[in-house]
Design a protein around this ligand. Structure first.
Ligand code: SF4
Length: 383
């Protein structure tokens, strides 16, 4: 398949690996920002093929994982109202709030629906004028343009029974927060190529210069990842810090100007809480004042909901690269994809789910046995 098979070529992978092995002379810590890259690295065993001196730190670039518990609880409160049809991508349905999830609400009779596009939710709203239809709009810069387009269309068409619960996050402020952390170990970044396909690369030179940190815009196939690591290692070994784009086939340096124009119209920058990490200034988007009527948080008055994060789940430490998933005592025992304690075990892009899927035997988890089932509320209460 064009653009996939040629980026899985084993001979080219070996040449890239040989180059990396020949270049590395000392330990380096590299963070891949995106959860999709994490899954590619773990699935293909790339972290086991590169030299032992290179540590891949799995970054916070999984939108489901970083959505704060508080926001999940707001979604659950809205979804449980009888007049509401709550629409979401499927990966949010099993993300645990403080006591339940969207599946639980659906099983109890709530009108919770999985959609494949925010525009599907708008269509449901137009077809059901007697219902309040809400779309759960989360994600990084990648999912923001279609969400912005949907709100723009709702306003243009005058669809008053549609609203969006927005929790968008932005990558550059997260990189800034990671580099400013006193415990930061990251020496270089593989930036998320799909984010740059929207935003371009203009936000990164300032970060490269301020923190003297190499940033290489990287794709998601095995050769993309290896090429990103190869370029990063060459910079680190030479003592350089530059921005490089190793994913120009999908991420032109200019990004998508039309999408950014729409984003600037519909959203405004705001502080945003990141699950397990805390609030990062200017790290998110919310609806701009002229679209306030479409803000579900405002419409349903759930802004006062405050929730403390779980004391058992260590996903915040996972998301910042302080521990690997299997170093969490709950990993594979009381926390599994079937009974997740944290979003990093639920999401298809979550680091805990990736280690559970591909590495739990390495981590000493028993093979061939059913997943242990635990009541996560009971575990949370114990914590
Ligand atoms: S294994 Fe489960 S409890 Fe531990 S950090 Fe991951 S999601 Fe949280």
């Amino acid at each position: 398949m064009k653009y996939l098979e040629e980026f899985n070529d084993p001979d080219l992978a070996k040449r890239l690996l040989d180059d990396i092995h020949a270049t590395v002379s000392q330990p380096w810590a590299i963070m891949e920002v995106c959860g999709g890259q994490t899954h590619s690295i773990i699935r293909h065993g790339i972290d086991q093929l590169i030299p032992d001196q290179i540590e891949m730190i799995h970054g916070p670039g999984c939108p489901v994982c970083v959505t704060p518990l508080e926001l999940i609880d707001k979604a659950l409160e809205i979804a449980s109202r009888p007049e509401v049809t709550f629409c979401s991508f499927g990966d949010m349905l099993r993300v645990p709030g403080s006591g339940r999830d969207l599946f639980r609400i659906k099983s109890q009779g709530g009108d919770v629906r999985v959609v494949y596009s925010p525009l599907d939710a708008l269509k449901i709203a137009r077809e059901n004028p007697d219902r309040q239809v809400v779309f759960f709009g989360i994600g990084f810069e990648t999912t923001a343009p279609p969400n912005a387009m949907t709100v723009y269309q709702a306003a243009r068409l005058g669809v008053e029974n549609f609203s969006m619960l927005v929790s968008h996050v932005r990558v550059p402020p997260a990189i800034e927060a990671i580099m400013q952390s006193p415990t930061c170990r990251v020496q270089a970044f593989l930036a998320a190529g799909h984010v740059c396909s929207v935003m371009g690369t203009a936000e990164y030179p300032e970060l490269v210069e301020r923190f003297s940190v190499p940033i290489v815009v990287t794709g998601f196939e095995p050769l993309d990842i290896l090429e990103g690591i190869r370029r990063t290692v060459h910079q680190l070994e030479r003592g350089e810090a530059r921005l490089e784009n190793a994913y120009p086939r999908a991420a032109p340096d200019a990004g998508n100007p039309a999408a950014r124009t729409l984003l600037q119209d519909v959203f405004e920058v705001t502080d945003r809480g990141w699950r397990g990490i805390g609030t990062i200034p200017d790290s998110g988007w919310r609806l701009a004042p002229k679209y306030r009527a479409y803000d579900a948080e405002y419409r349903f008055q759930v802004g006062d909901i405050r929730t403390a994060e779980s004391t058992v789940c260590r996903s915040g430490e996972v998301l910042q690269g302080f521990i690997k998933p299997h170093e969490c005592s709950a990993f594979g025992t009381v926390c599994t994809p079937r009974n997740p304690l944290g979003a990093t075990m639920v999401s298809s892009e979550g680091a805990c789910a990736a280690y559970y899927l591909y590495r739990r035997l390495d981590a000493g988890q028993p093979a061939g046995q059913p997943e242990p089932v635990a009541d996560r509320q009971e575990v949370a209460a114990r914590g």
